[in-house]
Design a protein around this ligand. Structure first.
Ligand code: ADP
Length: 471
């Protein structure tokens, strides 16, 4: 089976969050399972581009409304990532350093999608599946079916995976001319609440829609940033498939970012050594339980209540816990954390920014990982934490609910709470501080978590079933 993944992110080429991790791993494991999986993404000006060798695969041209543009598709020469990787270059739109956050993102990603469909429709054969990810690529199922120029692809099955339904890519109808000449009777397939809504269009037009956990699939029917009715109506073709993690990248016994490797057997000693280095680097006391947070400092992650929650916990635990934050996002939250680093020296520290290497060191050295997320479609952090023997403290939502069992339940190994409030987070930190004193229980939980299989191998079969159902 030949599967083309179309995405805005792919680790290690360009990653802003979980989407990048998934698109960097799923195709690799699909290839290992015997299928041909390829990834096509924009050619941002990232380190990966300059450090690898490329061949030109295709040169084409297209229109974005009145704007005529040339595009080039290049292919990585050595199959380094375990799958064929293609990058699309459009001068003036995709030749940027960052993935998102530009005023012309609508133009950038619409042009990218047009170039991709144009490229595939120039092949001599048709792929078996076009697999789109999130709203940046969700207009493709519409284009393949209803744009006159791409009729060659009309019967190719499409799958849309929703990694985050909060972002939908809305644009006004004044931008409808961007989409290459299409069947105007199909206007309803683009529209939601008076705008062009790419994510809604993808849900309507794709053969199957998947989300990255079972619980998130159900939550979207009650809370989906305006698309609740659509998810209710289309529930027949929607399915939840829990993300896997790339066990080759995330393995504490081989992870090149770590100073000390460890396995299930050596987890207690191994984590201790990593913790010592981490605490020394950030001026924290390694004899106390270490709580960390890694992620985007945004409302979805309930980041804005963390400063107050941690201050309360510092007070209530009488300074008997250490805290380390890694993240960036809302400036008010960044600022609050920076203030706290000055105020609670030796107890609290924060790194504002994105640092892949430090994130690995933190998963390895921490005792507890905080994830009070309001919305968490799947969440990879808690799975990485567990693979590194770190106890996740999570709000019961989405993928967190599907992957973490509270330590109060039979054979439980994590800490769960219901509300994203100062009280619930503080109370959960308190539970962490208590259980930390029980060394035997901590060791049992660490070993238990590390033995859970979150690998992609099983997940790949579930995607294959979805593809086969469309043939
Ligand atoms: P989301 O995609 O909503 O941001 P996920 O839990 O699905 O959340 O994935 C987050 C990924 O991004 C994880 O691999 C996490 O380690 C990484 N990450 C997030 N913020 C940072 C950061 N500041 N530095 C390093 N890695 C980060």
């Amino acid at each position: 089976m030949e599967i083309i993944h179309v995405s805005a992110e792919c680790y290690p080429v360009a990653k802003a969050g979980g989407l990048g991790d998934v698109v960097g791993a799923l195709p690799k494991y699909q290839c290992k399972a015997g299928d041909i999986a390829k990834v096509v993404m924009p050619m941002y000006r990232t380190k990966f581009l300059y450090e690898n060798e490329w061949d030109v695969d295709f040169k084409g041209s297209a229109n974005l409304g009145n704007w005529y543009f040339d595009f080039t598709v290049i292919k990585e020469r050595t199959n380094k990532l375990g799958f064929d990787l293609y990058l699309v270059d459009i001068n003036g739109l995709l030749d940027r350093q960052k993935i998102y956050g530009y005023d012309d993102d609508a133009e950038r990603f619409t042009a990218f999608q047009i170039a991709v469909v144009n490229w595939i429709s120039n092949w001599e054969h048709r792929p078996d599946i076009v697999h789109c990810h999130d709203h940046h690529t969700a207009l493709i199922p519409f284009m393949m079916q209803y744009c006159y120029a791409y009729q060659f692809l009309a019967n190719v099955p499409t799958v849309l995976t929703i990694h985050n339904g909060q972002y939908q890519g809305w644009m006004g109808w004044n931008k409808s001319t961007y989409i290459p000449s299409w069947d105007l009777w199909k206007r309803g397939m683009l529209d939601w609440a008076g705008n062009i809504n790419p994510l809604a269009s993808g849900v309507k037009c794709a053969g199957k829609v998947t989300t990255v956990s079972w619980s998130y699939m159900e939550e979207l029917r009650v809370s989906a940033n305006g698309l609740e009715q659509l998810f209710e109506y289309e529930k027949g073709k929607c399915i939840g498939i829990l993300n896997g993690i790339d066990n080759e990248v995330w393995d504490p016994s081989t992870d090149t970012y770590l100073d000390h490797h460890f396995s299930i057997k050596s987890v207690t000693k191994g984590k201790e050594k990593n913790k010592e280095i981490l605490c020394e680097q950030f001026d924290l006391d390694a004899s106390k339980p270490l709580f960390v947070f890694i992620g985007r400092l945004v409302g979805e992650k309930a980041a804005e209540i963390l400063p107050d929650a941690i201050k309360t916990a510092i007070f209530n635990t009488q300074g008997n816990a250490s805290f380390l934050i890694l993240g960036s996002g809302d400036t008010s939250v960044e600022w609050a954390f920076q203030q706290m680093a000055g105020e609670f020296k030796g107890i609290f520290n924060a790194v504002i920014g994105y640092d892949e290497k430090l994130s690995h060191k933190m998963y390895a050295g921490a005792d507890f990982l905080l994830m009070p997320s309001r919305v968490e479609p799947c969440g990879l952090n808690q799975m990485y934490a567990m693979r590194y023997g770190t106890v996740p403290i999570v709000r019961s939502t989405g993928g967190l609910k599907d992957t973490v069992l509270d330590m109060g339940d039979f054979e439980g190994y994590g800490i769960r709470f219901d509300q994203a409030t100062v009280h619930d987070i503080d109370y959960s930190i308190g539970r962490g501080v208590s259980v930390y004193q029980d060394k035997k229980h901590m060791e049992w939980m660490r070993k238990k978590m590390m033995s859970i299989d979150h690998s992609w191998e099983g997940t790949v079969n579930q995607y294959k079933e979805v593809y086969l159902s469309l043939k």
